[in-house]
Ligand binder design. Structure first.
Ligand SMILES: Cc1cc2nc3c(=O)[nH]c(=O)nc-3n(C[C@H](O)[C@H](O)[C@H](O)COP(=O)(O)OP(=O)(O)OC[C@H]3O[C@@H](n4cnc5c(N)ncnc54)[C@H](O)[C@@H]3O)c2cc1C
Length: 385
């Protein structure tokens, strides 16, 4: 083992969350090392994401996390001279009758937070994306929602972090972690390299629970497979924005000349699995064809389909902030399928936690690890709910 690398903050994970955290920490003047087990940026969930971003949430915290992040993606070219692929192609949510009142209430909250959102009647929504209107009360349209390029955004944050002095090490898998009772920091071994860090940021995505277990901490995050299916190029007459049929959970959008579509499998078992689920494609197609009958005539391209994993927590909300038993261990994980769209703000808040010792600029108490009843016995890695 060579010389021990000593740093203020060690960020484990070079996905979008770790990259954003590293940038914000380095910009705040902190000494930062990023390690990732894989060969390059965004090789975990980030690079397999759908790239879609929206501020249309129902609660103030998610609205703020997403809306602040969208504005950061939008201002990347002006602020840093880098295009991260933000395109305001919009999000159209098709709302069933039973959910309409709640959706209108959510729109009010979004508008109070400055999010541009329009309420459309069925005829206006059909002009955006053609669909069968049975059971649909109306739609909401977020014109600033859209897409970002996960690879470009992650690489951009890492470049900016490096420019601010951060060191980024790929092919470094953290395999051992011990706490240092004297300093309150961490001794880490990553693929044979010894690292001593005062703060450790757990940005290990779906592996966050395994990383925490190395330090005898408990973080309830699991991998859950999601699939994106694709048509052959040239099949679509015109581009379509992200359109979600809230009743069935099916979503469609175009990507260049293709249509992409998907929908969560309710009985998906937990675990790391990135093989495409073909039987589920048939089920999604059937559901989608009920709302978007034109999809049935489009030629599919199996070679363009892919799968990745969400990093799920039990309540499908992220975990942000220190471990209650180890204040220099900062969790930034478990965003359960919305980590990309909130990463700029997650990273800013991670840096705030490290620099100020607390997050004060936004009430993120709903994202504390403490909301889960964690096994009191440190030897027990499982959870008690
Ligand atoms: C099919 C699909 C569609 C999605 N669509 C969207 C979407 O439209 N919008 C959205 O916002 N989100 C979406 N998501 C979710 C999004 O991809 C994740 O929320 C986000 O990428 C999480 O980023 P991360 O940096 O936390 O994790 P990751 O990108 O998984 O990064 C974690 C990194 O930690 C590293 N690591 C783990 N353990 C160790 C270790 N012991 N030592 C060293 N390194 C380690 C891994 O190698 C990995 O690179 C989608 C996900 C999938 C799979």
């Amino acid at each position: 083992m060579g010389k021990t690398l000593v740093t203020d903050a060690l960020v484990v994970g070079a996905g979008i969350v770790g990259a954003s955290s590293a940038y914000h920490l380095a910009r705040a003047g902190r000494q930062v090392v990023v390690v990732d087990a894989l060969n390059g940026p965004a090789e975990g969930s980030t690079g397999r994401s759908f790239g879609s971003i929206r501020a249309q949430w129902a609660d103030p915290l998610n609205i703020e996390m997403s809306w602040r992040s969208i504005r950061r993606f939008r201002s990347f070219p002006a602020e840093h001279g880098i295009d991260v692929g933000y395109r305001p192609s919009g999000y159209l949510l098709l709302v069933p009758d039973a959910a309409w009142e709640a959706q209108l209430a959510a729109v009010e909250v979004q508008r109070r937070h400055g999010v541009p959102v329009e309420v459309l009647d069925v005829a206006a929504a059909e002009r955006v994306t053609p669909f069968v209107p049975a059971g649909i009360a109306g739609a909401t349209w977020g014109p600033a929602d859209g897409v970002v390029d996960p690879h470009l955004a992650t690489s951009a944050f890492l470049t900016l972090a490096r420019n601010a002095g951060a060191e980024v090490l790929f092919r470094h898998r953290v395999g051992a972690i011990t706490s240092d009772d004297t300093t309150g920091g961490w001794h880490v071994t990553a693929s044979g390299r010894a690292i001593r860090a005062q703060h450790l940021v757990n940005a290990a995505g779906g592996w966050a629970g395994e990383l925490a277990a190395l330090a005898r901490l408990t973080v309830p995050v699991v991998h859950s497979r999601r699939n994106i299916y694709a048509t052959a190029p040239g099949a679509l007459p015109s581009p379509l924005p992200m359109t979600i049929d809230l009743g069935s959970g099916v979503y469609v959008r175009s990507e260049g000349p293709r249509l992409l579509f998907g929908g969560a499998r309710p009985d998906q078992t937990d675990g790391y699995d990135t093989t495409v689920d073909w039987p589920w494609m048939e089920a999604v197609l059937e559901r989608a064809a009920g709302r978007f009958p034109w999809i049935a005539g489009l030629p599919l391209d199996r070679g363009a389909c892919w799968a990745g994993t969400y990093e799920n927590t039990p309540d499908r909300h992220g975990i942000l902030g220190p471990d209650p038993a180890a204040p220099t261990w900062i969790n930034a994980c478990g965003f359960s399928g919305h980590g990309l769209m909130q990463a700029p703000e997650i990273g800013r808040l991670v840096a705030e936690q490290v620099v100020q010792g607390a997050i004060t600029s936004l009430d993120t108490s709903a994202l504390k690890l403490e909301r889960f009843a964690v096994a009191a016995n440190a030897d027990q890695v499982g959870l008690v709910f």
